[in-house]
Design a protein around this ligand. Structure first.
Ligand SMILES: Nc1ncnc2c1ncn2[C@@H]1O[C@H](COP(=O)(O)OP(=O)(O)O)[C@@H](O)[C@H]1O
Ligand SMILES: O=P(O)(O)OC[C@H]1O[C@](O)(COP(=O)(O)O)[C@@H](O)[C@@H]1O
Length: 303
């Protein structure tokens, strides 16, 4: 079974304003409310790919109910800890370019945190737990570490998509996959990265630190896949970007969904890039049909 864990879900409120005027009254041309949070996005794309999975994490209040209802409507299995406070709302402002304003996240009580650890302790050998996104500030800094230790003790694999210290700490526990984008990779090592060679150098460091597979996404420039077997580049197809929110999460879903079915990392890589791009070219997340249409356009080259 695949589980996704979203510690900090969100309603993604996507707002389009032509030529925003800061300090003035602006009117929206279009707006859209979508369930968000990285693990929830992964679950929704896995579901499109007909890969069974259960979404867990924390949900609360009217915003939490919106997300729970949406997942139920899409027939995605979910098993969240219901919390007292409201799940956050993240604003994705489109006015020429995309500006994101993400909430910090609600307070999680010690009992609520404990309840999630208990749920995750139910995983079994062979399960894959995908841990994605930010950690609400009220949770202890080592919360991901604790979840990962529980997964490892139970014989489950894990994937982690987060940044900074939590990602660094996770590497020694041998994640099946990590997927920073090239900006996050540079930030992680406190360097400026401007060439593909530099991305490969720092991507390899993640492998040396313990990751089993490394994907570095580069938006319209495609992605790099780095494993013990070598380094590959995948092109991204060209198209009109409608909403790149969730492109990285879609890539993780495409990769893991295919890898668990076929065990072939390059096929998984191709599917990951197709899923990311299909999301970037859609208002909501990618559909299976769109992913399948883009898949043959992704050219993979060994470097
Ligand atoms: N402008 C784009 N054109 C084509 N594909 C894109 C574009 N933006 C994102 N993608 C696809 O989605 C993947 C992940 O996007 P990226 O923006 O790098 O991740 P994240 O959302 O984590 O920042 C890319 O590797 C690519 O396949
Ligand atoms: O937990 P964080 O880091 O605040 O990110 C949450 C945001 O990331 C998203 O999951 C999108 O992530 P990606 O664009 O990296 O795939 C949004 O749905 C959500 O608003």
């Amino acid at each position: 079974m695949i589980y996704t864990v979203t510690l900090n879900p969100s309603i993604d409120y996507i707002v389009e304003v032509e030529d925003i005027e800061l300090g003035g009254l602006n009117r929206m041309q279009r707006d859209l409310k979508l369930p968000g949070g990285k693990g929830i996005n992964v679950s929704r794309v896995l579901n499109q790919l007909q890969v069974g999975n259960t979404a867990t994490g924390f949900l609360g209040g009217f915003t939490g109910r919106f997300i729970a209802d949406w997942l139920a409507e899409e027939q995605i299995s979910s098993d969240f800890v219901m919390i007292a406070k409201d799940t956050r709302i993240n604003i994705k402002l489109k006015s020429g370019e995309e500006t994101e304003i993400n909430g910090a996240g609600p307070e999680i009580s010690a009992a609520e945190a404990e309840a999630l650890l208990q749920k995750v302790a139910g995983v079994k050998p062979g399960d894959i737990v995908i841990l994605s996104g930010s950690v609400p500030p009220s949770l202890r800094g080592d919360f991901y570490s604790r979840l990962i230790s529980v997964c490892r003790q139970r014989g489950a694999e894990f994937v982690i998509d987060t940044t900074g210290h939590a990602l660094n700490e996770a590497l020694v526990q041998r994640p099946l996959l990590v997927k920073p984008n090239h900006h996050e990779l540079a930030e992680l090592f406190g360097v400026n990265i401007s060439t593909r060679e530099e991305i490969i150098t720092y991507g390899r460091k993640l492998l040396e630190a313990g990751a089993q597979h490394v994907l570095v996404s580069m938006a319209g420039e495609g992605a790099l896949f780095i494993s013990e077997q070598g380094v590959w580049h995948a092109s991204a197809p060209s198209g009109t970007v409608k909403n790149s929110v969730g492109a990285g999460d879609s890539m993780i879903a495409g990769f893991i969904g295919t890898f668990t079915l076929t065990g072939d990392p390059l096929e998984a890589f191709q599917m990951g890039v197709a899923s990311g791009s299909a999301t970037a070219f859609s208002d909501d997340l990618a559909t299976r049909e769109y992913i399948e249409r883009l898949r043959p356009m992704i050219v993979i080259t060994q470097l």
